[in-house]
Structures are given as C-alpha cells and as structure tokens.
Design a protein around this ligand. Structure first.
Ligand code: URA
Ligand code: SF4
Length: 208
C-alpha cells in the first residue's frame, strides 16, 4: 500500500527501487540511514529512525506511527519519548508485548518542530515502509494515528469510522487507532486513551 501520488515523483521511485532491492532488514536499514530524499528532513535530522524489529526477526504484529519526535531523532529509536512510554504502558495493560512487535513509522526522519509530514515526504518514504512490511511480513498491523491510518486505509480515512475493528489490506489484518500523543493531549480520562487501550486489547484478544 501507499498513498496515491498525483504525479510520478522520480525521487520516490528511486527510493522504492533501492528499498525493493534490499534482500534483508540489515541491508534495508543501512540504505535507509543514508537516505536524503527529503531535503528539509535530511538537513535537520540527527538520525534516520529506521525502526525496531524483534530479535527473532518474526514480529507477531507491527506498530506503525507517523514520524519520529525529538527523543527518537536523538536516539535513533522509535517510540522512546513520552508517546513511547504511554504506548509501552498501554501495550502491557492490553496484554501485548513490545518485544513481539516491529515498531515502525510512516516517515523515518523527524519533521522540524514535529509538524505533520508533507504528502510528498510520505510518498517518498513509502518505499522503505513497503519493503519493511514485505521483509517482516507481520500478520497484524496496528496503525497509530491518522497519518498511519491513511497510509493503510486511504487518504479519506476518518479515524473514528475505522477504529475498533480489523480491516484487510493486501492480505494483512490492519487495525487503526488513536496515536498515543492524542491520548496524552486529551488526558488520562479522555476518549483517545480509552479508545487506544480498548483497541490494543481487541488486537491482543484476536492474537490469542
Ligand atoms: N510518534 C510517532 O509517531 N513515532 C515515534 O516514533 C515517536 C512518536
Ligand atoms: Fe528518506 Fe524517509 Fe528520511 Fe525522507 S523521511 S529523507 S524518504 S528516510
């Protein structure tokens, strides 16, 4: 899957070709770390946050976020800041283990000031995510937040209309739910936190 591009982007096509040629995760990660397809992001990032994979290399499920934040950019690892801490807590409450998961993002480089990634950045980075999903082949994907939900379910996706139930996309089961940053923004008694926990719990039940 990938978002619909209005016209062909030769840079995105070059990324996709490079990614598709990577025979394994390590080769793909090396190639992604030197990617400069998005000039603004490549100039301001400290790390390309390629993603985490379980030691087994065989995730039971994949978590897909939007893009790295400040802590992720500093450390080079996904979901290790405030959103990551809440995500870890809710995963544990739901009965899911992060050690079983691939942790990925739609866009691998931090957008300055945590702005939403531009659509051309999403298009250019999609080659990496497509190949990551091919190589890891997670049976279940949890899309966190609207950017990831749109990536899997299409540009007109409305989160409230798609969350809470599984969708089939290219032979994979995809759940879309709130991003932990929304759960933080709306507080411990807000709807996003409860919805995120309910959806993670439903995924856990489906995996049992
Ligand atoms: N938010 C995301 O979408 N991804 C991360 O890796 C961290 C915060
Ligand atoms: Fe490359 Fe993705 Fe970073 Fe853009 S966001 S420079 S496509 S790795």
């Amino acid at each position: 899957m990938s978002p619909v591009a209005t016209r062909p982007d030769p840079v995105a096509q070059a990324v996709a070709r490079t990614a598709a040629a990577a025979p394994d995760w390590a080769t793909l990660a090396d190639a992604a770390r030197s990617c400069v397809a998005c000039p603004e992001l490549a100039a301001s990032r400290r790390h390309v946050v390629v993603g985490d994979v379980p030691e087994s290399g065989r995730p039971r499920f994949a978590l897909v976020g939007e893009a790295p934040g400040a802590t992720e950019d500093e450390t080079g690892r996904p979901f290790v800041g405030r959103s990551g801490a809440l995500l870890d807590q809710l995963l544990a409450e739901a009965g899911l283990s992060r050690a079983d998961a691939a942790v990925l993002n739609v866009v691998k480089c931090r957008p300055p000031g945590n702005r939403t990634p531009k659509s051309f950045e999403v298009v250019r980075c999609s080659g990496w995510l497509n190949r990551q999903l091919e190589l890891l082949d997670p049976p279940v994907v949890i899309a966190l937040g609207l950017s990831a939900a749109k990536w899997f379910l299409g540009p007109r996706t409305v989160l409230a209309q798609v969350r809470g139930r599984p969708h089939e996309v290219d032979g994979r089961v995809v759940w879309a739910t709130y991003h932990p940053s929304a759960a933080i923004r709306f507080g411990p008694n807000g709807a996003p936190r409860a919805g995120l926990l309910a959806d993670l719990t439903a995924v856990a039940e489906s995996l049992r």
